[in-house]
Design a protein around this ligand. Structure first.
Ligand SMILES: [Zn+2]
Length: 59
């Protein structure tokens, strides 16, 4: 099993194709639908999403 890519999250992913746990995958999909301008594919998008979440936590 793979573990969610979100640094603070230790939950397992549902399958090998997704990088986040169920909770974060849902948020990530919502984030993608609101951020269509991100280029570079799913990996870059995931990193941007993680960075955004980290920044949100600090404020
Ligand atoms: Zn997670």
């Amino acid at each position: 099993m793979k573990v969610c890519k979100m640094p603070v999250c230790k939950k397992e992913t549902f399958n090998e194709k997704i990088v986040f746990c169920g909770e974060h995958d849902r948020e990530f999909k919502a984030f993608l639908s609101g951020a269509k301008k991100i280029t570079g594919g799913i990996t870059i998008s995931a990193l941007v999403y993680i960075a955004k979440k980290m920044l949100d936590k600090k404020s």
